[in-house]
Structure formats: C-alpha cells, structure tokens
Design a protein around this ligand. Structure first.
Ligand code: PLP
Length: 227
C-alpha cells in the first residue's frame, strides 16, 4: 500500500471510530480531501484510491487544477477559501460547492455568474472568533444571510461551514456552529450540511454533528512550500 493509501485509510478508520463514539453512522459523513498547495497529480492519485470529494481554498489554484484533471469528471470540487467578489464567476465555473459564502454581495455575485440553469451548492460560513475579517459572518447575522441566499434561485443553500478558532476548545466552538446550523435548518429544512473539522479537530466536529469534514495534511502529508 502506498503511503497516501495508508494515510487515507487510517483517517477513514479514525472517522468511523469517532462517528461510532458519537452514536452516528459513519456513512452519513462526507470526507473532503483538501489538496491545496499539492499538484494535480496528487488529485489523480487520490481519485485512483476512490476519493471523489476534494477541496481547494484559492480560486487560481482551483481553476488550474480542475483544468488539469478535467478528464476525472466524477470529482466534486469544494471551494473552502475566502472569496473575492470579482472571482465569483471563476469560482462558480470550477466548483460544485462553495462553503465560504459570508456576505450578501458574494452570494449575489455567485448568482449573477450562473451562465446556464445549473444550481450551485453553497454554505454560509460562520465566523466563530470575535475578530472581524477572519472569514465568515458573525453567528447572529447568519440567518439573514441564509434568507438572502434563499432568494437567489441559482443557489441552493446546503448549510453552514466554519473553522474552529485557534485559541478555544474546538468542542465549544463547534457547539455554537451547531446552534447556528439548527437555526438555519429551521428556516430551510433541506440545509442539513455542517462543514467542520480539519486534521486537528475532526473528532470534535463529528461529535458536534459535522456532515462534511475538510481534511488536508493528515491525508496528503505536509504541504509543499507555498512559494
Ligand atoms: C487547509 C484547510 C483545511 C484543511 O486543513 P488541515 O489542517 O490540513 O486538515 C480545512 N479547511 C480550510 C478552510 C482550509 O483552508
């Protein structure tokens, strides 16, 4: 077994263990492999190992990589990074889901970028820190943003996304995300996704109800120089 295959299967075992510990079915949890800073060849290796959900956090890298592996047409690309409004069109062309919608103007730009009758999956990114500018809407503004997204017919509101703060126990941060997720699901019952959990905190995220984990380095190995 390659190192990559071994790391992938070790993570999947840990996801299954964490799910069982939380009384959840591992089959209801989607593991997205974050491939940022790694070459498209890694995406190809992951695909050969059965990975179908991949994540990128920068538009240019997303655009370049999706073009390089466009023959792998059953991959689903998740955009998880902070997005500039003027990149919305490029993001929409390359991504199947955008986890990082954190303001009305970005939702509007993604909606305007629809060039056919496709529907883009989007999540409201919630800022779990008290610093503005960290990416994400403050929890108290999340429902308003969700309502706005629901008014845009080319977007499908799927749920919420967050990154745990560095200076807080992830379990308590994810509990706040869960409360926001529940509030949004009360508005739109089909918005069931909770995108949370990275290499260092996916067990806590699973405990808090995460449906989509975004795992990078534990699977891909350390990221090459950001150059
Ligand atoms: C890089 C990144 C991840 C994955 O991080 P790891 O710690 O390598 O698992 C998850 N979410 C976001 C938003 C990221 O930018």
């Amino acid at each position: 077994m390659s190192d990559l295959a071994a790391r992938l299967s070790a993570i999947d075992d840990r996801i299954a263990d964490a799910a069982r510990l939380a009384g959840r079915d591992p089959g209801e949890i989607t593991r997205i492999v974050v491939t940022k800073f790694h070459p498209a060849s890694l995406v190809r290796e992951l695909h050969a190992l059965g990975v179908r959900e991949v994540g990128e956090n920068r538009q240019q890298e997303l655009t370049a990589k999706t073009a390089e592996v466009s023959d792998l047409d059953d991959l689903r690309w998740h955009f998880i990074g902070q997005a500039q409004t003027n990149k919305a069109s490029a993001i929409r062309r390359a991504a199947d889901a955008v986890h990082s919608v954190d303001r009305d103007r970005l939702a509007d730009a993604l909606h305007r970028a629809a060039d056919d009758d496709s529907i883009l999956d989007v999540l409201v990114q919630v800022n779990l820190t008290d610093e503005e500018g960290r990416g994400g809407v403050q929890p108290e503004a999340a429902e308003g943003l969700a309502e706005h997204i629901l008014s845009l017919p080319s977007l499908r509101l799927r749920g919420v996304m967050a990154v745990a703060p560095l200076d807080e126990d992830p379990a308590s941060a994810f509990a706040r995300l869960r409360a926001t997720a529940d509030a949004i699901r009360a508005i739109e019952p089909s918005a069931t996704w909770i995108s949370a959990g990275m290499t260092g905190d996916f067990a806590e995220a699973i405990q808090a109800g995460a449906t989509h984990l975004r795992i990078g380095s534990a699977i891909t190995g350390p990221r090459p120089d950001r150059g």
